[in-house]
Write a protein that binds this ligand. Sequence first.
Ligand SMILES: [Zn+2]
Length: 82
Amino acid sequence: MVEEQEKEDRPLTGDLMFPVRCFTCGSVIAQHWDEYKKKIKSGKSERDALDELGIERYCCRRMFLTHKSIIEELARFHGAVG
Ligand SMILES: [Zn+2]
């Protein structure tokens, strides 16, 4: 089942909730999210993945680095309310 694979891999909400723009500088970053995920999945370090995507400002880099942990926190409550 494709649906179950995605759940184990990373919750679907992770894709939907990734911010379109960097909170600090306003740069549009959402288009890099899929590629970033692919690179991490293939065993690259976060640093290498972000370097290759050309995301140099640390305000933007933290958007990617911190997104994972936020989502894992939220995922625990997914479906628990409502
Ligand atoms: Zn930024």
